[in-house]
Design a protein around this ligand. Structure first.
Ligand SMILES: Nc1nc2c(ncn2[C@@H]2O[C@H](COP(=O)(O)OP(=O)(O)O)[C@@H](O)[C@H]2O)c(=O)[nH]1
Ligand SMILES: [Mg+2]
Ligand SMILES: [Zn+2]
Length: 333
């Protein structure tokens, strides 16, 4: 079979747009022999092998292994993975400098980035709406949770800080913007791209040959060279079972754990716990600690629910223990 290589630049329910290596766009569906193995369905950013048809459209046959992925837990009570984008280099975590500002949400996205092998950058948007004092406070708050991630405040209206974002978006880079609906992702995309992408929110259409007739799609080429994925607003950012990613994001908390009495200390109820001590004497903020426990529990919960029956049995016991320790913690604080 004569397969071509391309990249998914638009994905919806069994309907995709694939950009071929020579820059042509093809309307695509999955082939009958599409192998789902454990990567699931194609997502925006996926590199795929696809077969062109005589009528000008195409079928996707397989996903080429991903080098990174932005994925979360599916919404609600479903314990499965929902891939937002694949093969992403930089996750642009947008948080508006207004009443929606939340470092807790930033922490969540940082875990998602670490977990998927994506470099996070924290973008504080709508700087024009924020007075200098609040701006300085929010900037410090963001830097406190950022770890090694860069923090940039910017405004798509005045252009402040946009040059710093542009510097990151060179040829060969794929960036994905995430954040609450209304955080300013699409406005940033428009600012970065100039006028060409005004049709961001238009419904896409294909001509009879299966090619795009509008400029609308989910992944865009920016004038500075990078590809930019604009995600629709994300309301729920459920974590999957990557507890190591949580520990990485909260590494200053973990660094205290070396001095805990028990080597398997959960830092919830144990005596001589150096983490709890650090919370009590103010070296770790209560909010930061609570956030760590919450995200860790969420990850552990996912992990347990996606295990095999044998693993599940062991985990049930562990879960019971966790609930017990959690109740003790509630009594304690
Ligand atoms: N004042 C101000 N408003 C902005 C800025 N960026 C976006 N907005 C406004 O915020 C609203 C939501 O922006 P949008 O880009 O659609 O957010 P998205 O849901 O994250 O894509 C729109 O009314 C924008 O005009 C900014 O830098 N400053
Ligand atoms: Mg948008
Ligand atoms: Zn401890």
């Amino acid at each position: 079979m004569n397969l071509s290589k391309g990249r998914v630049i638009f994905a919806s329910i069994n309907s995709y747009t694939v950009l071929s290596e020579n820059g042509e766009e093809y309307y695509s569906v999955l082939s009958g022999s599409f192998s789902r193995d454990n990567r699931g369905l194609p997502a925006v950013g996926d590199l795929v092998r696809f077969k062109k048809n005589e009528n000008g459209d195409s079928v996707i046959d397989q996903i080429i292994p991903r080098k990174s992925v932005i994925s979360r837990k599916s919404a609600g009570n479903i314990y499965s993975e929902n891939v937002l984008a694949a093969n992403i280099d930089i996750m642009l975590i947008l948080t508006a400098l207004d009443e929606t500002f939340s470092v807790r949400r930033i922490e969540r996205f940082l875990v998602l980035a670490k977990s998927g092998g994506v470099t996070p950058v924290i973008l504080l948007s709508k700087a024009d709406k924020c007075d200098p004092i609040s701006l300085a406070i929010h900037l410090t708050e963001a830097e406190e949770v950022a770890g090694d991630a860069q923090v940039i405040e910017f405004s798509s209206i005045t252009g402040t800080g946009v040059d710093k974002i542009e510097e990151l978006l060179k040829e060969g880079v794929t960036a994905c913007a995430v954040g609450l609906s209304g955080a300013g992702k699409s406005t940033l995309l428009n600012r970065l791209s100039g006028d060409e992408l005004q049709s961001v929110k238009h419904v896409r259409e294909f001509d009879s040959k299966g090619r795009h007739t509008t400029t609308s799609r989910q992944m865009f080429k920016l004038p500075m060279g990078a590809m930019f994925v604009d995600t629709p607003g994300i309301r729920e950012v459920g974590l999957k079972g990557d507890t190591e990613a949580v520990e990485e994001v909260f590494d200053e908390i973990i660094s205290f754990a070396e001095d805990c009495f028990f080597s398997d200390c959960t830092h919830v109820h144990e005596p001589s716990c150096a983490v709890i001590k650090a919370v009590e004497n103010g070296e770790i903020s209560r909010e930061r600690y609570d956030s760590y426990i919450k995200l860790r529990r969420e990850s552990e919960n996912y992990k347990m629910r996606t295990e095999t029956p044998q693993e599940q049995k062991r985990s049930d016991k562990k879960l019971a223990r966790l609930i017990k320790t959690e109740n003790k913690r509630k009594k304690k604080f």
